[in-house]
Design a binder for this molecule. Structure first.
Ligand SMILES: Cc1cc2nc3c(=O)[nH]c(=O)nc-3n(C[C@H](O)[C@H](O)[C@H](O)COP(=O)(O)OP(=O)(O)OC[C@H]3O[C@@H](n4cnc5c(N)ncnc54)[C@H](O)[C@@H]3O)c2cc1C
Length: 482
């Protein structure tokens, strides 16, 4: 089919058309709510997503830890949204005059989709910095590919360490670094280290203390959203498991896979994970719509993009006033707090947004978004967690169970919930599945280019330091911390 024919097909329509850009927490929830509430033939819903699946990100750390199968968190939008036409493609531009969006399909061809109401929700991307080597060496932590890659990376590096007789390769393979001490960084380091500790027991010539785990945070504390006591508990818990937590420390270079810290320390690492924050999808700044300093679409409490009638937004890519948190300062717009980038806000905003679109189409009154923060839960590895629910701090196995139960409840569709729970059951009654995918079969990094680590590791082999495996064990035990 030619591009022109497709354009004609999609632009001629009789019913109002609601186009949703992005099929994540916001896009999926808007389409689902509209699907339930729209009258027959009241409107057409078109959802355009770059991947065609919604990813349940809060369980990514469990995917990295090998406790949840990646496919069980990939919700196929076409199957679960029968009332929407789902397009797998990337929106590249919005023409507000013509009321159209331009869609690029995976094969590079494109077409134009017209809208009456437009929801723009392409989420966020990792917030990277100008650090030499970062894009080539580090892996992000926002997709199923990232989490699956890291699980296999950790397992294959342990295998490499067990087989090599070259000391620098051994040390480097067993050095794992997570940059960023927010929720995702803490969960990632805890689950990956848990996995590695289970895996290393299967190698008689390796010991858990041969591994070096580093969590590097530029701020004064990890997980600053938690009350200080819980933050401190988390730090102690991680340290007790063998993770070095460095606060007020920045990574200044990752060139050639050598991690250089702001305090001058240097060490080589084969596995570096970047979780130091997110920023709004760069697409948003190119649309000619008002964005704030962080590139998020400026929205009013009704979730309409400021000064753009018929265009709505929510989630990580939207700057939405947090009326519930604002309390008495509401009249003072300069101090108005904004909703944080959480799934909790994204889902609730999306439901309100869908209802406001329907109200607009039916000439009824719309309502402002107002949702008091219910708190947060985080896993610190198997059977350990922290939580703050409506201000009440919790820790240990209770918090961990809450984390699992809450997120299991939130995973879309019963089919997916059952699959995730069945996986946990299998791990409970059987042994943890530690099978890596064939080593080196795939690579990943922040730049989207092949990881340079394999080549870097090879160049290290040229170094004159080569020791026997037995000598390495005693040498590296003492070398765990620089
Ligand atoms: C590791 C991790 C753990 C997290 N844990 C928690 C947690 O425990 N609790 C919590 O509340 N929040 C958590 N979050 C945050 C939460 O996942 C986000 O706040 C939420 O996903 C935001 O929803 P969204 O719809 O704005 O964006 P997303 O869910 O990211 O969806 C954006 C969608 O847009 C699509 N897209 C992007 N560009 C385009 C384009 N040009 N055209 C079409 N489609 C496009 C993408 O494919 C994606 O499907 C976590 C996030 C991460 C990364």
């Amino acid at each position: 089919m030619t591009e022109m024919t497709e354009m004609t097909e999609h632009t001629v329509h009789t019913r109002p058309r609601i186009v949703i850009v992005g099929g994540g927490f916001v896009g999926y929830t808007v389409a689902r709510t509209l699907g339930k509430k729209l009258r027959p033939n009241e409107a057409d819903v078109v959802l355009i997503d770059a991947t065609g699946v919604m990813t349940y990100q809060p369980f990514l750390a469990e995917v990295a830890g090998g406790l949840v199968e990646p496919r069980h968190l990939a919700i196929p939008l076409r199957q679960v949204l029968p009332r929407a036409r789902v397009v797998t493609g990337r929106v590249t531009t919005v023409d507000r005059q013509a009321k159209t969006v331009r869609v690029r399909l995976p094969d590079g061809t494109g077409y134009t989709e017209s809208y009456d109401q437009l929801v723009v929700a392409p989420g966020a991307v990792p917030r990277t910095r100008q650090i030499p080597g970062l894009a080539e060496i580090a892996v992000g932590f926002g997709t199923l590919a990232d989490a699956s890659y890291l699980r296999d990376r950790v397992l294959t590096r342990i295998g490499l360490a067990a087989d090599t007789d070259h000391l620098p390769t051994f040390r480097r393979a067993l050095t794992f670094v997570v940059i960023g001490g927010g929720y995702s960084g803490v969960e990632a380091v805890a689950e990956l280290q848990n996995l590695a500790t289970a895996a290393i027991k299967r190698y008689p010539n390796l010991k858990p203390r041969d591994m070096r785990w580093e969590l590097i945070e530029a701020g004064e504390e990890i997980m600053p959203e938690l009350p200080p006591k819980l933050g401190e508990y988390t730090r102690r818990r991680l340290t007790k498991s063998g993770i070095t937590v460095r606060l007020m420390t920045q990574v200044t270079s990752l060139e050639d896979g050598v991690v250089t810290l702001s305090d001058g320390k240097q060490f080589a690492a084969d596995t570096v994970v970047w979780t130091a924050g997110v920023r709004a999808n760069p697409l948003l700044a190119t649309l000619g719509l008002p964005v704030d300093a962080r590139g998020r679409l400026q929205c009013n409490p009704l979730l309409q993009v400021q000064g753009a009638p018929g265009i709505w937004s929510a989630g990580d890519g939207a700057a939405v006033p947090d009326l519930a948190a604002a309390g008495k300062v509401r009249d003072n717009r300069a101090t108005m707090p904004l909703c944080g980038p959480t799934a909790q806000h994204a889902v609730r905003q999306a439901k309100r947004l869908a209802r406001n679109i329907l109200a607009t189409m039916r000439s009824r009154s719309t309502n402002e978004y107002r949702h008091p923060d219910a708190g947060s839960v985080a896993s610190l590895g198997l059977h350990r967690g922290v939580a703050r629910i409506y201000g009440i701090p919790m820790r240990g196995i209770i918090a961990w169970l809450l984390h699992r139960c809450y997120h299991l409840m939130m995973v879309p569709t019963w089919g997916r919930k059952v699959r995730v729970a069945a996986g946990w059951g299998a791990a409970l009654f059987g042994r943890r599945d530690l099978a890596p995918l064939p080593a080196g079969s795939w690579t990943l990094n922040l730049s989207g280019m092949p990881v340079g680590i394999e080549q870097v590791a090879e160049s290290w082999h040229d170094s004159p330091q080569s020791l026997s495996v037995s000598r390495q064990r005693s040498a590296t035990s003492g070398a765990a911390v620089a």
